[in-house]
Design a protein around this ligand. Structure first.
Ligand SMILES: C[S@@+](CC[C@H](N)C(=O)[O-])C[C@H]1O[C@@H](n2cnc3c(N)ncnc32)[C@H](O)[C@@H]1O
Length: 257
């Protein structure tokens, strides 16, 4: 099902949680000079305009990125400031853009996006970058390309969970990926909803001993999202610092659980 469009949700508190942790994890992995392979199963369009009708309709960014004090001395703040300078004050970078900003010459960035229009927009966003952009199912594509060269690296798994079966699909995919690419880090995002369906996925992944980090927030529209969660399989050294950063850099927006 491809009805979900991230343009309605870009910059919301869940995005901040995922994006700050992702940026910090990339920084930790890049502490070593050896090249990395960065892959995304669900890339989205890479860059969003918070003035677009979709974003204005939900107003979710007003409860997330718009409340953040941007500190260019911090890595996430540095990228946000740079994007705003280059693309306009209402530009908001998605995960592929964050990765592209941090990429070094020895790194590879491989992005999967299945929605035709989102894929086209992603290709446009990534023009001039060394990203490999695929119009492909993210689970199938990442498994087909694993283990990649370079063998160090990380996969971001960021589906919309519009259908209940997505939780099981993520768990099955993660087990299959950990088998094919045992040294790859896997960062999985999930929403915390009243039905708590994520718990089944978390239980199914216990054997891989992931780190787990959750935050709570209050959204005005009360549509049900209570918080945001991340699971990290094969965490890099000092990965907890990335989780701490998300709390410290979002004072008052995200609440630690
Ligand atoms: C939550 S958004 C991704 C947001 C992005 N990771 C970010 O943080 O900027 C999920 C995206 O996955 C895409 N999608 C849905 N099913 C997919 C699949 N099976 N394979 C690849 N992409 C898919 C949707 O079109 C949507 O653009």
């Amino acid at each position: 099902m491809l009805s979900y469009q991230h343009s309605f949700h870009a910059g919301n508190p869940a995005d901040l949680h995922k994006h700050i942790v992702y940026t910090q994890l990339l920084t930790l992995l890049m502490a070593k000079p050896r090249g990395l392979t960065l892959m995304e199963t669900h890339a989205g369009r890479g860059l969003y305009d918070l003035n677009a009708p979709e974003a204005q309709k939900t107003g979710e960014a007003a409860e997330g990125i718009s409340r953040l004090k941007i500190d260019p001395e911090l890595e996430y703040g540095r990228i946000i400031s740079k994007v705003r300078k280059k693309r306009g004050e209402t530009a908001y970078p998605g995960s592929p853009y964050l990765a592209a900003e941090k990429m070094r010459n020895a790194d590879r960035l491989i992005l999967m996006e299945l929605h035709p229009a989102e894929h086209q927009a992603l290709k446009k966003t990534m023009k001039g970058q060394r990203a490999e952009v695929h119009h492909r199912d993210g689970y199938e594509g990442v498994l087909a390309l694993s283990p990649p060269v370079p063998r160090r690296g990380m996969v971001l798994v960021d589906p919309s969970y519009e259908v209940k079966t997505e939780y099981g699909a993520v768990a099955d995919f993660t087990h299959a990926l950990a088998k094919k690419w045992p040294e790859g880090c896997i960062l999985i995002w999930y929403p915390i909803l009243p039905a708590a369906r994520h718990e089944e996925m978390v239980s199914a992944l216990t054997r891989l001993k992931p780190l787990r980090h959750e935050v709570r927030f209050q959204l005005k529209d009360g549509k049900g999202m209570l918080g945001s969660g991340l699971l990290l399989v094969n965490p890099p050294y000092q990965a907890e610092l990335a989780f701490d950063a998300a709390i410290q850099q979002t004072e008052g927006v995200l609440e630690a659980v």
